[in-house]
Write a protein of this length. Sequence first.
Length: 303
Amino acid sequence: MSIHNVSIFLKKHKLKITISFVIITSFVSIIMLFSSLVYIKSNAKKFNLNFKNKLAKIKKENLIKIQKNLKPTFYLIIDDVGYDEFMLDEFIKIDLNINFSIIPFLPKSMDFYNKLASKNKIIMIHLPMQSKYKNSIEKFHININDNEFAIRTKIEKTFQTYSNAKIMNNHMGSLITANENIMQIILIKLKEENRYFFDSLTTQKSISAKIGKKIGIIVEQRDIFLDNKDNEKAVIKALERAKQIARTKGIVKVIGHIWSKNTLKILKQEAVNLNKEFEFKNLINLYKREENNESAWNRDFMR
């Protein structure tokens, strides 16, 4: 076809060509728009997750900045309350916010419980559990041969009797805290009772935290024993380790024992300086803080 004929053809069909071009252009635009919508929809979750991750990072960084301006938190637990009233009275006199953990159902346990409650002291339950290493244990304890009903009944009876206590930690218990089935029964029952478990960590084989994470129950664990070696030098060394953990991490969880005269002496000597540098708190605050953090994260994540 000659150039002249092409020119005539274009003039003759100009309207049709224009309409066809508009239709094709519109069709291409629609396809591109549809593709964009599909891409955005398919990547929306990814974008949203990235945004939430960045938001969580910002929150964490801000929290660290705030914590740097606060005193480190010191959670001090004194175990084995129930035998020695003189030592209990001496620990009560110490000007520190102490969590007193009572062995239940001993002859003096209720008297000590009432004494602590009357003085507005923090009370925990120090429930005896079977150990891998010792046969001697309090009559009322969780045994490796206990069935689910027996375990649940013992926990229920304990908190009905000592109702002010909100947290339970294990007295001995290396055999129990390493047993998945029993720990699951204990943690579920505690949750039903609106109570919490603190692992004294008497064995490195403890799986309480692992089970707690698996079933959605908060479990906290000891960082330091003050008097594993009950002499003055060892207690001082353990306390210094606890201080360093608190300075580094902003928090430390420490267990001492009411029978230790060395722990008593060192805490009395150090109380003023400890209160200047650290904030001694009720252990329940740690669990409530963790619950609030989880709730806040869940709310943000679901938005």
